[in-house]
Design a binder for this molecule. Structure first.
Ligand code: GLC
Ligand code: CA
Length: 533
């Protein structure tokens, strides 16, 4: 039986405002994306070869959190396009066998969403209970919960002498999923896009969906080893505002809507205190994929990545259909090429990193621009847009060395363009040895190597600063066995290895080389080796 498409696909995240501006207003848009679909996959070896796109939010929004504050779940932000331009983009993508998933932001709406406008209008409004309101006095928030963006998770609304809860900005009030009308409204939004033909959703902060009914205080965090994401306000254990068991019922409800259609999927942005909690989200009646964010926290050390991979292999019930999902960059964090920069080793590290991402067992998510080695942008104070400082990883795609990197003809791109003179698509497109050429070759190799797509994972003993593993899958000729070896150190390494032939290396000229029982890796080199049979 073939695995479902989302287990073998290479996903590519687009931040729509920053990809390509088709009408010269300085803001990327849907027509701009449509115009560049051939770059992503035109069915030939000349294109990048990705299989699916995740679009960060495209709904109408006052943009306090750049689209993660939705004011209409069934529309398109006018700066990005309209429903006809959306339908065109989707049809053009599907014609190229590129799937598209949308960002679904169910935990909260914008404070400008008509639901919230109604809800806040009076204590007796029928939508009052769609959000989390507590009557009270100013200066005495209902409990100690904190916003993930800093400060208390409560905002006082003098008009009705009540507090409302917000996990993020105060302009992003949390919905109350204990109210069945809210559940129903979100199901309708999901069905709206599925009816239009989208292939699924990336679901925003899915582990936040339910809050304690009694609004109990969170206890302080005592075990400093527990992973927490962003608690600028000191640490607390998010027992009562995150990861509530009831959230799984909400997710099951979303899944039932999806299952009315064929082949649709959800990937969750799942923040968990302990990795083993991921498994509960990946049960057959919930989401198909869940981001493993631990790669974001790894220093450039083989052991760090090895631990994450092995922990993931251990905790996920792969036999019942669970599947790992890895990523190195997204719109919330510094780009990995910048995180791991180290003088003239920077490019080599980025190549080694992407070999790991595309060969470890699981679904990889790429972030626009990483395929050309785009760095974090330098966004000066006066050009800053994001309230919590994430502009640097959202700067416009660098298509050429021309004006605004070919992103827009406007004199005022919405964010400044990075170093497009040296790093751009045009310069790399026809060069197989460029970063873009390397991504292309690697994606293609992955695609035609069943062991890399579906094979088992087995760690292979190696020097401590190398990550070496084998992917194996039975085929007509026996077992296809592919070894991946990544040297995280800045020095040459040598170790015993099975015999085989190098299929791909981050260093030019090694492809086709036979390995006769001992493998040599240059500094920061990664190789993919097919074992001899
Ligand atoms: C997620 C998004 C982030 C957003 C937040 C609130 O973490 O990735 O960009 O700000 O949720 O919706
Ligand atoms: Ca535009």
């Amino acid at each position: 039986m073939n695995p479902p498409w989302w287990q073998t696909a290479v996903f590519y995240q687009i931040y729509p405002r920053s990809f390509a501006d088709s009408n010269g207003d300085g803001i990327g848009d849907l027509d701009g994306i449509t115009a560049h679909l051939d770059y992503l996959n035109d069915g030939t070896d000349r294109s990048l070869g990705i299989d699916a796109i995740w679009l960060s939010p495209i709904n109408p929004s006052p943009l306090k959190d750049w689209g993660y504050d939705v004011s209409d779940y069934c529309g398109i932000h006018p700066e990005l396009g309209d429903l006809p331009s959306f339908d065109r983009m989707l049809a053009e993508a599907h014609r190229r066998k590129i799937r598209i998933i949308l960002d679904l932001v169910p935990n909260h709406t914008s404070d400008q969403h008509p639901w919230f406008v109604e809800s806040r209008s009076s204590r007796r409004n029928p939508k009052r209970d769609w959000y989390i309101w507590v009557a009270g006095e100013p200066d005495r928030p209902p409990n100690n919960w904190l916003s993930s963006f800093g400060g208390p998770a409560w905002e006082y609304d003098p008009a009705t002498a009540s507090w409302y809860m917000h996990s993020f900005l105060k302009e992003q009030p949390d919905l109350n999923y204990r109210n069945p009308e809210v559940v129903e409204a979100m199901h309708a939004a999901i069905a709206f896009w599925l009816d239009r033909g989208v292939d699924g959703f990336r679901v925003d902060v899915i582990s936040y969906l339910m809050k304690d009914a009694a609004l109990r205080d969170n206890p302080p965090l005592t075990d400093s080893n527990i992973f927490t994401r962003r608690d600028p306000q000191g640490l607390q254990l998010h027992l009562y505002d995150q990861e509530l068991p009831e959230a799984h019922d909400v997710i099951r409800g979303f899944r039932r809507v999806l299952d009315r259609y064929r082949d649709r999927m959800m990937v969750g942005e799942v923040w968990v205190r302990e990795q083993k909690a991921l498994a509960a989200f990946l049960r057959p009646d919930q989401i198909q994929l869940a981001f493993n964010f631990r790669f974001f926290m790894c220093p450039w050390e083989a052991a760090a990545f090895r631990n994450v991979i092995e922990e993931t292999e251990d905790i996920l019930p792969l036999k019942s259909g669970a599947w790992p999902t890895y990523t190195l960059s997204n719109h919330d964090f510094s780009r990995h090429i910048s995180r791991y920069q180290s003088g003239d080793e920077t490019e080599a590290r980025a190549r080694a990193a992407i070999v790991m991402l595309l060969t470890v067992r699981g679904t990889p998510f790429l972030y626009y621009g990483e395929e050309i080695g785009m760095r974090d942008g330098n966004v000066p104070f006066f050009a800053a847009r994001d309230k919590v400082g994430r502009d640097h990883c959202r700067t416009p795609m660098q298509w050429s060395a021309g004006k605004n990197g070919g992103f827009s003809v406007s004199d005022h791109p919405w964010l400044p363009v990075g170093d497009c003179a040296t790093i751009n698509v045009e310069r790399q497109r026809d060069d197989d040895r460029s970063m873009l050429g390397f991504y292309r070759r690697l994606i293609r190799l992955r695609k035609k190597t069943p062991a890399l797509l579906e094979g088992s994972y087995r760690a292979i003993p190696a020097p401590g600063d190398c990550l070496v593993f084998c992917r194996e899958r039975p085929d007509e000729k026996g077992i296809q066995s592919v070894m991946v070896a990544i040297n995280f150190s800045g020095a040459e390494r040598r170790f015993d290895s099975p015999k085989g032939t190098i299929l791909l290396s981050t260093i030019e000229g090694r492809e086709g080389e036979s390995i006769g029982g001992s493998l040599r890796l240059a500094a920061n080199e990664a190789v993919i080796v097919e074992s001899s049979r």
